[in-house]
Design a protein around this ligand. Structure first.
Ligand SMILES: [Fe+2]
Ligand SMILES: [Fe+2]
Length: 253
């Protein structure tokens, strides 16, 4: 049972996320920023001087695809949750891409170099294609969004194929060791990032559990203290109408 197959891990997580109607528009708004971040990274790669003209054209087409996906997701999120909703706030957040670590100052191409960048694109796009395939199956009750994911999945197929073909070309040109090493590095980094994300989620969860336990342990003491020693100073309880009239009459007298 693969993670992307029916009842696989990814399928189950996606089912939980996408079956909550209020979450759908939020997810689409977040995805919109991720796609825009990818578009900017592909544009930066296309601008690089060392890129072959044919590959530059592919990078440029890829950037346009990602920008189009970002627009589709943003439009769908706005239709699903119009007005000043949470998705609207996410879409309006101009710092989202930087604050969420989608892109930094240095482009991914500059950070990784050509072979590792192509490997990253190949593995990421292949995974994205599988993810969108799962979303299409999960969103049968929302055919418009499902059709949009189907179209995105087709574009991801093109991104996966051209990056893989380019890596094969480099391997055939004598760079097979460099390509293999890059694949290892990208995979290891992916595992490390997944592990960190998981550790953060578990950390947040455990912090919540400890706070709840602390509250459950201390609450009886607070109730006892309140019962045996009622508040005398600080804020006073508000007077009701009759008490207020009596107090006023007393002060006027
Ligand atoms: Fe995309
Ligand atoms: Fe893509």
């Amino acid at each position: 049972m693969s993670g992307f197959g029916h009842f696989g891990t990814f399928w189950m997580v996606s089912w939980v996320v996408w079956k909550i109607p209020a979450r759908r528009a939020v997810k689409l708004a977040e995805f919109s920023h991720t796609e825009e971040g990818s578009s900017l990274d592909m544009l930066a790669a296309a601008e690089s001087e060392s890129v072959r003209p044919q590959l530059r054209r592919k990078f440029f087409l890829h950037a346009l695809d990602e920008h189009r996906h970002a627009q589709w997701f943003a439009e769908r999120a706005t239709i699903m949750a119009p007005g000043r909703s949470q998705p609207h706030m996410i879409l309006e957040d101009v710092s989202y891409i930087r604050d969420h670590g989608i892109r930094g100052d240095e482009s991914l191409y500059e950070q990784l170099g050509e072979i590792e960048f192509l490997t990253f694109v190949w593995l990421q796009e292949r995974q994205a294609g599988r993810q969108f395939g799962v979303y299409v199956r999960v969103l049968k009750d929302d055919p418009v969004t499902a059709r949009m994911f189907e179209a995105v999945k087709e574009d991801e197929r093109f991104h996966t194929n051209y990056s893989r073909l380019e890596l094969d070309r480099l391997a055939n040109a004598g760079q097979v060791t460099a390509v293999r090493r890059a694949a290892w590095r990208v995979r290891l980094r992916g595992f490390a990032q997944t592990w960190l994300r998981l550790a953060r989620i578990i950390g947040d969860l455990m912090a919540g559990v400890w706070l709840l336990l602390l509250f459950a342990m201390l609450a009886p003491f607070a109730l006892f203290a309140r019962y045996f020693e009622p508040l005398k100073g600080g804020f006073l309880p508000a007077l009701n109408g009759r008490e207020r009239a009596r107090a006023q009459a007393g002060s006027q007298a």
